[in-house]
Design a protein around this ligand. Structure first.
Ligand code: CMC
Length: 428
């Protein structure tokens, strides 16, 4: 690499490619003309060395364990901000003043109800359906109800669709839970905060008023902040790729939900708590550590490791503290928390985990808190989706507003048969 360009010797020639600087973080080699120059593609399954876009939203330094949203460190946002403020920040780039924040919160709360006809969709699902299956369906179905905000070329419609998605996700998520337990749906109440309203729609019943506990509201709000955005992760890249074809925002977010569901991504919080429950007691930990290290055993320590973080996930630090606070304040003595802390200590001192730089990620402790609050494990990924919707819509808006945006269309290294002639069935 020389100066601000890089030379690539390929296809019988040497070619210069511009090296681009971000505001912070690794430089990137702009290889957009590589194929035209050399007739070659690059090969990078899993995008381990490929920047798919430029973005001003979120920055991660995986070696240092740093996560910034619009420049603000995640721990400061989790401790001092609110989910609504972080949502505004991600969507608009700057922290709002008081009047702007109030107006944003009012706008979001005016969109919390869903079309009454949408409630009939739920009744089409089995009661034991996974709530993420329901969410894939009902969020995609929003595009059938809100035609007036699906023109992606109109900035006002994009803004309204973004507000609708952020506002309606708690309502849809709470309805998925209510449906699974056979209780009536609870309508939103706009005098409550975003998070308190979600807890009330989830846990209240018509027979009894539900007063949200401020300790739980605060913990839940922090969890939402910690999940709000995370740069070009798999589900966000899915939303961007779906959006690059011009698909409407509701369809794109449904695609993101589908991707998030996988156990290597958002499904890990559910898998991590199930794993901790399976381990059950501290004396069983060595057995599971040995399994995680065994190449012939597919078992992995769920909630451990990350594609980008090769250091402690800064979200896990906040999550561990929040878990401790919530359990203490609620007076819950959950042995699973002790198992989690001990497992973390043993893994962090084990050469296998040290060498591979495997640290707890955001999902390791979140399940302990969510379980103490009263959520069943299959709701955990739904809560992740609810919070990540903010990041998804902010990234989607950023992409659509980018004049350099093109439909996403990766290339491949073809390894199938070369051209051959069709053989009729009686001759095979
Ligand atoms: N337990 C045991 N070994 C592991 C683990 C783990 N949790 N994670 C990675 N490894 C090993 C892996 O076997 C591999 O070893 P080797 O080099 O000998 O083949 C090495 O570490 C690198 O792993 P990788 O799978 O090549 O790394 P990746 O960047 O493709 O995967 C990951 C990242 C998050 C998918 C992976 O660490 C994992 O499966 N973790 C468990 C699931 C989990 O907690 N996911 C939540 C991620 S954070 C929330 C989110 O953003 O969605």
């Amino acid at each position: 690499m020389a100066g601000n360009s890089a030379k690539i010797e390929a296809g019988g020639g040497t070619h210069d490619y511009a090296v681009l600087d971000g505001s912070v973080g690794p430089q990137v080699i702009d290889i957009r003309k590589l194929y035209a120059d050399t007739g070659m593609f690059t090969y990078d399954p899993g995008f381990t060395s490929t920047a798919s876009c430029d973005s001003g939203l979120t920055y991660i330094d995986g070696d240092q364990g740093i996560l910034l949203h619009r420049g603000y460190p995640i721990d400061q946002l989790a401790e001092q901000s609110s989910f609504m403020e972080v949502a505004y920040l991600l969507l608009n780039g700057e922290l709002p003043d008081k009047a702007t924040l109030d107006s944003f919160v009012t706008t979001i709360s005016r969109h919390t109800m869903v079309h009454e006809q949408l409630t009939t969709f739920y009744r089409g699902f089995r009661r034991d359906a996974h709530p993420m299956a329901i969410m894939c369906g009902v969020v995609g179905a929003l595009s059938a109800f809100y035609h007036d905000s699906t023109d992606i070329n109109d900035p006002l419609q994009r803004k309204i669709a973004s507000h609708r998605l952020i506002a309606k996700m708690p309502t849809l998520a709470a309805m998925a839970y209510k449906y699974s337990v056979g209780q009536p749906f609870v309508y939103p109440r706009n005098d409550l905060s975003y998070t308190a309203n979600f807890l009330r729609m989830t846990f209240s019943v018509p027979a009894e008023e539900y007063i949200p506990d401020p300790v739980i509201v605060d913990a839940m709000d922090k969890i939402f902040i910690l999940h709000a955005d995370h740069e070009q992760n798999a589900s966000t890249s899915t939303v961007r790729l779906a959006g690059s074809s011009g698909a409407n925002p509701f369809a794109c977010i449904a695609a993101g939900i589908a991707c998030l569901w996988g156990p290597a991504h958002g499904g890990a919080n559910e898998a991590a708590l199930n794993m901790l429950r399976e381990i059950g007691t501290v004396d069983k930990i060595p057995e599971y550590i040995a399994r995680a290290k065994n190449k012939d055993d597919p078992f992995r320590l769920m909630g451990f490791g990350h594609r980008v973080y090769k250091n402690y996930d800064p979200r896990a630090t906040v999550m561990q503290k929040t878990a401790k606070d919530v359990l203490e304040k609620l007076g819950v003595k959950d042995p699973i928390f002790d198992v989690a802390k001990e497992l973390e200590q043993i893994a962090l001192n084990d050469p296998y985990f040290i060498e591979k730089k495997l640290y707890p990620n955001v999902d390791f402790y979140s399940g302990v808190i969510l379980s103490a609050i009263g959520f069943p494990t299959d709701m955990f990924t739904v809560l992740f989706a609810l919070a990540r919707t903010v990041g998804w819509v902010a990234q989607w808006n950023e992409m659509i507003s980018d004049p350099a945006q093109k439909i996403g269309r990766p290339r491949q290294l073809y390894t199938g048969p070369t051209q051959r002639d069709y053989v009729p069935v009686d001759k095979r």
